[in-house]
Design a protein around this ligand. Sequence first.
Ligand code: HEM
Length: 476
Amino acid sequence: MAKEQLYTICSRCQELLRTLSQSRAINGDAFEALSKRIGDNRQADILVTNLLFRPMIVFLKPKYYRIFMQQHQDYTKFPMIVDKRLMTKGMIMEGGAKWLQQRRLLGTHFEYNKLINLIPMINDVAQRKLANLPNEVFPAMNLASSITGEIVLKAFFGEDIAQLSLNGQDPSQCVTQLITRFGQLTTESRFFQIKRALLEEKVFSLFPRKIEQDLYELNTVMLDHMKKAIKNRMEKLKNCKNIEHQDYLDVYLDVYLNKNDSMDPPITEDEILQQSITLYFAGTETTANLVTTACYFLAENQLLQEEIYQEILEVLNGELIITAKHLQNLQKVAGFLMECLRLKPVAPMLISKQALKDLYIKDIFIKKGWYVNYMVLSNAQNQKYFSNPTQIDITRWKADGTLKDSTIDPFAFVPFSAGGRNCIGQYLAIIESKIVISKILLNYKLKLNQKIAKAEWIAKFTYGLSNQDYITWEAR
Ligand code: HEM
């Protein structure tokens, strides 16, 4: 390895996490300091840190992370969400034959031509939620997660289950609360980091503090809610020989009830439960953050808001329901969403991967057991790929969300990751965000709430705005 290419930016994981929390306190943005340090060290190929007690290599150049993403079979994932009851058996965390089986089972249902069947439902949910805003001023994240959560519930579980409430609360807001609280605990509390490193899953049961107890209980409520919903559907489908697939849960239960003998490895009820939680978590918070960031940037840039609003009016031409054809023509909305992801990537880092064997990625040696990661911010604002990198420029993008300049390395900026384990829900996220942003602008003019001096961008498990009422929603 050429020595001058190795630059240690953070020597310890706690330092990496401390960089995030200090940067949030000083700059109001958890990733600003790290982004700047990477920007000031463009010659560096990797960032070296550690995760718990092992080294972690974060690749900064596309020539390395392209290979890392393509050779995903060489790694397992670090159990980021310590509570094993939640997502261990779902598609995000599984590996090997089980993951492949899950991806094949659900993969075709996340293809664009299948997802367009969800467009009327997405219109409907967005329209209804936007007609019932609580006030002129309220946190966009609450509205966004309530929309994206209901969409995922309806797509995965169907109408009946989506209507259920969680102890009288909107379940999607519970998901957001859970991810934010748990994410902040992980990134900000040194006590929790050390306790978790030593105790792993027992962190919740040995000497639990109130916050740990509360989180564990919230997880239990969420699990019970899902379990009940799945049982109900199973009862309904038990005697059906030809199950018509209305949603993803039907796909799973059909295989479980009628074809499980031919599945290798077989599907279990616990897997169905954890897969459901996985999709619910992955689909709700991520897209809600993107929509919230988009609302904030629109409120901040009145000229841009007007330009995008005019495109929406023109493309819809008086029609109220947004169709797949409209979506294809919303080029500025598409470019704007990509710019939001570039400036404030919802998933700024991947879940860390642990090498299953000694290996080389080009000239970089990775020892079995070491962790590896990729940071979207390593190049998202790199002058080499994006001129005026800190400015929103929606003209960089084509309507399909790819860059107009075909000379730019396609791996320079991959907000949904790439290779075999890229985001299965990326087309759903973009379809949803385009519809929700269009509906918002058709109904409301967004302005910044002058009472809040500065936005706070926080590291949860995702990266986005803190849950404050940054925006004034003025009816058009
Ligand atoms: C703006 C929205 C979203 C972003 C930025 C995003 C980003 C990502 C990223 C970076 C990964 C790779 C994670 C890793 O390897 O560590 C991923 C995986 C995944 N995402 Fe998304 N995601 C979004 C929305 C969604 C939605 C709407 C769903 C589903 C309803 C979803 C479901 C998944 C699943 C199941 C995986 C695991 C895929 C596999 O390992 O085969 N995501 N996502």
